[in-house]
Design a protein around this ligand. Sequence first.
Ligand code: GDD
Ligand code: MN
Length: 375
Amino acid sequence: MPEATLADAAPLSRCRTPTLAVVVPTYNEAENVPILVARLEQALAGIDWELIFVDDDSPDGTAQRVRAIACTNPHLRVLQRIGRRGLSSACIEGMLATSAPFVAVMDADLQHDEGLLPEMLRLLRSEPLDLVVGSRYVSGGEVGTWDRRRASMSRLATRLGQRLIKADLKDPMSGFFMLRAEVLQGCVRDMSAVGYKILLDLFATHPGPLRFRELPYRFRPREAGQSKLDNAVLWEYLLMLIQKWIGPMIPARFIAFSLIGASGVLVHMLVLWLAFKLAGSSFLVGQTIAALVAMTSNFFLNNLLTYSDMRLRGWDLLRGWLSFVAACSIGALANVGIASWLFQAHSFWVLSALAGILVGAVWNYAVTAVYTWKR
Ligand code: GDD
Ligand code: MN
């Protein structure tokens, strides 16, 4: 069937869609939700809008809190995702869940200035712009109270990001912006959607330059709850940069998986050296222990980093570890088999070994993606 077009929809005058959707990703923000809703009501008076919370099944019951408020407030929706984590993917799914022509993204923790929203909307409606960004780094903007580590981390990430997108965007790390919905819809399939850096992802993915404007605001201190930005987020950021550099053909998870696999080689060599050289075990015993330790460290690192959005916990860890070791053992056999077969045929030993490693890595990645981190 051909895709439905705008012509299939009701004439614009009869369109019942709200003008603006505000998408708010949440994880443990139950305390902040009622305050945010009240502030948005005030800031957006006179605008036809809806508010979409995208909650990753917060243990503090954020989704239930939203539903309770929604009983008396027709603007509210909640999209509750089970067994998933991730800020970028939450924002993207929220933005795709509306048919409003303009979509804003902002944090739930009251750090962003909702007073900017009407001006963002006015600009998008009256000027030839795709996107308006709330910026801490244009004149009049401020980062507020940040410790030195966080401030320098943000500066470094900002600089790296600016290199990637080749646009003069002063605050590419901003999590506060408004855009025309079709801008996202047009390129969403090519976005990497991992980590925090959704704006950067959008700029790097959009074919052709985006027409944007930055509006200054002061990043307020967080009052209730905690920030979820940790070291894993830095790693995800790095991955996204690598992904953009390599291109969309190779999935970010495979890159992470391969980097961790390479770290496993070091672990293997270290353990083998300890067992064989220092403790005097036989080579076979040393090699077996080293392989098991390396697989185990690969498993935990992948669980922590490659699959940070679907981490296994509790008993699932044991099941996951068993399936990981089983898959990787078969992968090792495939690796050796292919490599020796190629070596017999051509006797290029480096190429044969690399081909074996590649086949083993792809096998391990594909099988563990299905059997170890399954949902
Ligand atoms: N659904 C979902 N899933 N929401 C999440 C997740 C998640 O895994 N992690 C965080 N959030 C929500 C929080 O509940 C909050 O509403 C918002 O995303 C921002 O998270 P914070 O943990 O408060 O992040 P931050 O204040 O440290 O970072 C902010 O500033 C950065 C710039 O320095 C965010 O705006 C970032 O997007 C921004 O890059
Ligand atoms: Mn915050």
